[in-house]
Every structure is written in structure tokens, then in C-alpha cells.
Design a protein around this ligand. Structure first.
Ligand code: UT7
Length: 333
């Protein structure tokens, strides 16, 4: 059972931002040796959003963050911390979060990025949970934002069809309310032995940024799809089960599973392993593809807007991403 803490970390606001430009599977048929049928049956994706030339991880994060603040009816000056979870930062440094902080006017916050790729949002949520439960801070904005279209090789059909751009944000607040509410638990893990599964090999390394790496396409996503798929199903199922056991919650008590959106078949396999009904799983992959760290907070914001999350409901979040990283969180709304 969750050890008691001084305070609770409750969700006070949510928001998402998706770029206007839609890239459909049919569009991809014009440039790649692929088909709508292959992409739909292998992944569940029908279309994804692509950031405009003047959009980036920070601009999308700002839009999502602004909506989360507005839905929480909170002034930017009241935010104590801005955590942006991204693998597609605007620049190497300063952090994307600092650009977002400036645009929001969150002048009293500490702002920084989390790099845990697709698992970033759950990692960020877990950090925020600790600061709020100890009473150190009152309000923390956690944002997942990705401009994945800028790091996919558009000639590699095995990866480029999967990813999309977007941002999602959650505003968490400290509360001393007695009944269980907010983040009931979070579990986060990494296994650096699996760094090769999904990687963007370009970076600073020992040589610095160099033209050869650019010519060798090292600044694009490389993925061992099959191997990642198998690991993802196992780790996500296990970490969700761990979350339920930790909180002594039965599967029937969960109103909504909000999984990372990497592949419809991964989610279905996890659901089957856990004996969890598909109708209680919230999916956005068909319209947004894999938006990496943004996928879970976008799901939360969309589910909230559609009235699929009600006060008192319990949701479970589950994710696996590059690193390898994985994690889960249980939220009581
Ligand atoms: O968020 C980060 C975590 N990421 C993931 O969890 C992704 C996990 N992996 C996957 O989702 C799947 O492995 C993929 C969707 C990437 C691939 O699906 P798959 O069922 O594992 O396909 P495969 O890689 O085994 O490829 C099967 C065939 C191959 O052709 P041959 O060798 O059988 O002739 C591929 O070349 O499908 C071919 N293929 C395609 N065909 C049409 C690969 N991509 C495409 C494509 N269109 N876009």
C-alpha cells in the first residue's frame, strides 16, 4: 500500500495542442512503398499531425501549457515548476522548458527538461508528485511535447509512418484533502542495456556535431521494430500490474487505461495479458500516431474534453520508450 505522505498531488488542469497539418496514410502512399492497409493493420494509425515551419516543441508545449493553466484557473505567476518532457528540444540548450516559461510568463518557476523519450511524461509526473507530496511546491506544470517529424527519416518506411507531432500538459496542485486523490502512485524504470533498440545516434559524442554524421543520416530515429514490440508488451503489462498491486486496486475498479500510443497491437496485447476490456482503453493513435512523450498527456486532455474522465474515476497510465525506459502511474480524478 502507498505510504502516507503529507500532501496529495491532484490534477487541476489539462490541455493539448495538435498542429493543423494532417498527414494521412494515403498521403504517404505517394512518397513511400507502403499502403494505408499495411499501416492500419500493423499499427492502428490512419493519420498524424505535422508541425508547421514556425512550430517547434516549445511553441506546442506553450499552447498546451496555456490551456492547462486556463482550465485550472491559475495565473502563470503561481506555477512553481515547469517540466517539459521532450526528445526533440528546440536547441541543445537552454532547455525547451525555459522558452515555455518565458512565453507563459511563469516567472516564479524553475524550468527544465526531462529526457526519457516516450516515457518522459510519466517520469515528469513522478518527479512532480514528489515535490507536491512533500509540500515543497504548490503547482507544477508537466508538459510532453514533440516535433518528431523533424527526426524521422522520411525515406525509411519502417519508422516514418509511426510518428507524429503534438503536445499535452497537466497542471498538478498540492492538496491536503484527506480522501485519496490525484497521483496515487508512480513507478519508473530504465534499462541502459537496451539503448540500441530505438536511438537517434547523432549528438555530441566524442567528435561533436560533424558533417559525416549528418550525411550518414545519424540524426534520425533508428529502431529495431520487432524486438522493441516484444519488450514493450512485456514491460508495459508488468508495470501496470505492479501499479494495481501497489494500490491494492482490482482491474474492474479502473475506469480508463491511458496507455502510450506506440502501436494499437502493443496496447491490445497488453490488454489481453492483463485481461483488461478494450472498451476501457483510451486510444488516439488512429488520429495522431506516436507523439512520444506527448502521447499520454494528449490522451488525458482529449479524454477529459470528451467527458470520459469523471471525478472519482481511477485511471492507469502505462508506457515504454527508448532507453529502454518504462513506467506507470495511477490517478484518482
Ligand atoms: O514509442 C517507442 C516504442 N516504439 C514501439 O514500441 C514500436 C514497436 N514496433 C512496432 O510497432 C512494429 O514492429 C512496427 C510497426 C514498427 C513494424 O511492424 P512489424 O509487424 O513488426 O513488421 P516488420 O518490421 O516485421 O516488417 C514486416 C514486413 C517487412 O517486409 P518483409 O521483410 O517481410 O518482406 C518490412 O520490410 O513489412 C515491411 N514493412 C512495410 N511494408 C509496408 C515495414 N514497414 C512497412 C511499411 N509499409 N510502412
Amino acid at each position: 500500500m502507498n505510504p502516507s505522505s503529507l500532501f496529495k498531488a491532484a490534477v487541476a488542469g489539462t490541455g493539448s495542442y495538435l498542429p493543423d497539418k494532417v498527414l494521412t496514410n494515403k498521403d504517404l502512399e505517394n512518397t513511400l512503398d507502403t499502403s494505408d492497409e499495411w499501416i492500419t493493420t500493423r499499427t492502428g494509425i490512419k493519420e498524424r499531425r505535422i508541425a508547421a515551419d514556425n512550430e517547434s516543441a516549445s511553441t506546442m508545449a506553450f499552447e498546451a501549457g496555456k490551456k492547462a493553466l486556463s482550465s485550472a484557473r491559475l495565473e502563470p505567476e503561481q506555477v512553481d515548476m515547469v517540466i517539459v518532457c521532450t526528445s526533440t528540444p528546440d536547441v541543445l540548450f537552454p532547455s525547451t522548458a525555459c522558452f515555455v516559461q518565458k512565453e507563459l510568463g511563469a516567472v516564479n518557476s524553475a524550468a527544465y527538461d526531462i529526457s526519457a523519450v516516450c516515457s518522459g511524461f510519466v517520469f515528469g509526473l513522478s518527479i512532480a508528485e514528489q515535490y507536491l507530496k512533500t509540500g515543497r511546491y504548490d503547482h507544477i506544470l508537466v508538459i510532453g511535447s514533440e516535433a518528431n517529424s523533424r527526426i524521422v527519416d522520411w525515406s525509411d518506411r519502417s519508422t516514418c509512418i509511426l510518428f507524429g507531432d503534438g503536445a499535452g500538459a497537466v497542471l498538478l496542485k498540492k492538496t491536503d484533502q484527506e480522501e485519496p486523490v490525484g497521483i496515487l502512485s508512480s513507478h519508473i524504470y530504465s534499462d541502459g542495456a537496451l539503448t540500441d533498440l530505438i536511438v537517434v545516434p547523432g549528438g555530441i559524442g566524442t567528435t561533436g556535431v560533424n558533417k559525416q554524421d549528418i550525411d550518414d543520416n545519424k540524426y534520425f530515429i533508428k529502431m529495431s521494430g520487432n524486438a522493441t514490440f516484444k519488450v514493450a508488451v512485456k514491460r508495459m503489462a508488468n508495470v501496470i500490474q505492479e501499479a494495481l498491486d501497489f494500490n491494492e486496486i482490482k482491474m474492474e475498479e479502473v475506469s480508463l487505461l491511458l496507455p502510450h500510443q506506440a502501436n494499437q497491437r502493443i496496447v491490445s496485447a497488453v490488454a489481453e495479458k492483463l485481461n483488461f476490456p478494450e472498451e476501457k482503453i483510451y486510444m488516439t493513435i488512429q488520429k495522431y500516431g506516436n507523439t512520444s512523450a506527448a502521447s499520454i498527456p494528449i490522451g488525458i486532455a482529449d479524454a477529459m474534453e470528451e467527458g470520459k474522465i469523471k471525478p472519482g474515476d481511477v485511471s492507469v497510465l502505462g508506457v515504454v520508450g527508448a532507453g529502454l525506459t518504462w513506467g506507470s502511474a495511477v490517478i484518482k480524478w
